[in-house]
Design a protein around this ligand. Structure first.
Ligand code: PMP
Length: 438
């Protein structure tokens, strides 16, 4: 049976996050921060597709590296060695936090997180992993169980009995009834310690967390929070795993979000930006101790396309591009983006909050009188005016991301976006909020 795309054309390809009411674009071409649909309409891609095309859509160095690898040998078994894979692992060892040295490659962020959990459980000989409510760690059975976003988990749990992932609250003002950063860090730290003790510290193998909550709303943690998390991990002998699938490779200013927090994780998972999405690649980087444990005991798990050489070739070129000015440029990008978002926000009393870091920002909407969020799916299944703002932006030629819960918009342009592009995208956001909310 076939389906219809936005233009009413028959298609047998079922796109992901399928929503029968959505009318997804059919995108055919791209150049830097711009994409075109099959009718030739032009859009500024200010969601980097799925927060991943950090270098834009036409990076010559990455394309050439992939062509060269395809000409030599496109694929080498993931159970054998490939010099291209080795080269990328060496490059990553230079840019990841000092605590990490070795990398196990996989294909998607979901798999990288599942691998991190498999390693943590073996290494710690303990069953439980703590993750945060409203987090996103992937959509497969295992990674879906780690995910704290209620909508995603509900879908996963309809299909599989999942266990071993207990949740704790993220350090966000709503969860702890304070917006004072110091107090928030303190209360959220105390809560995490309570959860660890309640689960039984010996049963907790790892805490897996995004340094900045990504799709759930670009929340940076209050200062001091991650120091407390690291201390708790040390005190209770728990591994700290940073999920940097979105935040890695300059998205939030530094190479990795944990570097901004100045903490050393025991493992770090990455995907998306490692190749700037030119090819699917993900992985988990680990400490020398964990690498030696895995290499001594063996690790009888793998994926055919884990560390695919063409993807690793793309990764090598992308990492060089990031090192050659792209990551340094995120400071300017952040300055330009943050000030324009704030400027738009100040004109609309329906904008309740703006937050983010580097090239990842969220604009949250709420009723200005009651401060109630628009369209919180837990209490409200009516029309979502924030989705209407997104559609209006799209109609005016700007693609932005939808957060979960859906009362927020996520802005994450390619890191090479220019100030005139930022200005144009923010003018469109401004006009679109006016068009929907008046
Ligand atoms: N972790 C985080 C923080 C993510 O945002 C995502 C995807 N959006 C994933 C893991 C899962 O990655 P993938 O879709 O490549 O499986």
């Amino acid at each position: 049976m076939s389906q219809q795309d936005s233009e009413g054309t028959e298609t047998v390809s079922i796109h992901h996050w399928y929503d029968p009411d959505s009318k997804p674009l059919s995108i055919t071409d791209g150049d830097d921060a711009t994409v075109w649909d099959e009718d030739g309409n032009e859009y500024l891609d200010f969601c980097s597709q799925l927060y991943c095309t950090n270098l834009g859509h036409s990076n010559e160095a990455v394309i050439t590296a992939m062509e060269e690898q395809a000409g030599k040998i496109p694929y080498v078994s993931s159970a054998k060695r490939s010099p291209t894979r080795d080269r990328l692992a060496e490059k990553l060892a230079r840019v990841t936090p000092e605590s990490l040295s070795h990398t196990f490659f996989s294909v998607s962020g979901s798999e990288a997180n599942e691998t991190a959990v498999q390693i943590a459980r073996e290494y710690q000989d303990a069953p439980t992993v703590l993750t945060r409510w409203r987090s996103y760690h992937g959509g497969t059975y295992g990674a879906g169980a780690l995910t704290g976003d209620p909508e995603t988990r509900a879908t996963i749990e309809r299909h599989a009995a999942t266990s071993g992932a207990a949740k704790f609250l993220p350090p966000i003002p709503k969860a702890f009834d304070t917006s004072d950063p110091e107090e928030l860090a303190r209360r959220a730290g105390e809560h995490l310690e309570f959860v660890i003790r309640n689960e039984g510290p010996d049963s907790v193998a790892a805490i897996l967390t995004e340094p900045i909550a990504g799709t759930s709303g670009a929340f940076p943690a209050p200062p001091g929070y991650f120091d407390r998390v690291r201390d708790l991990c040390d005190e209770y002998d728990i591994l700290l795993v940073a999920d940097e699938v979105i935040t890695g490779f300059g998205r939030c200013g530094d190479w990795f979000g944990v570097q901004t927090e100045d903490i050393q994780p025991d493992m770090l998972t990455f995907a998306k930006g490692v190749t700037s999405a030119y090819a699917p690649l993900a992985g988990v980087s680990v400490t020398p101790e964990i690498a030696s444990f895995v290499q001594t005991n063996g690790f009888d798990i793998g994926q055919t396309f884990g560390g695919h050489p063409m993807a690793c070739a793309a990764g090598c070129a992308a990492v060089d591009e990031y090192a050659n000015g792209v990551i340094d440029g995120v400071t300017d990008l952040e300055e330009g983006l943050a000030s324009r978002i704030q400027q738009v926000a100040s004109k609309h009393d329906v904008v309740h909050d703006v937050r983010g870091r580097g090239g990842l920002w969220a604009v949250e909407f709420a009723d200005p009188e009651t401060e109630t969020s628009f369209h919180d799916p837990r209490v409200d299944d009516g029309e979502n005016p924030v989705a209407a703002v997104l559609h209006e932006c799209r109609d005016q030629g700007v693609l932005l991301g939808s957060g979960r819960p859906g009362f927020q918009i996520i802005i994450s342009p390619p890191l090479i976006a220019t100030q005139p592009e930022i200005d144009r995208a923010m003018d469109v956001l401004d006009d679109s909020i006016t068009a929907i909310f008046g």
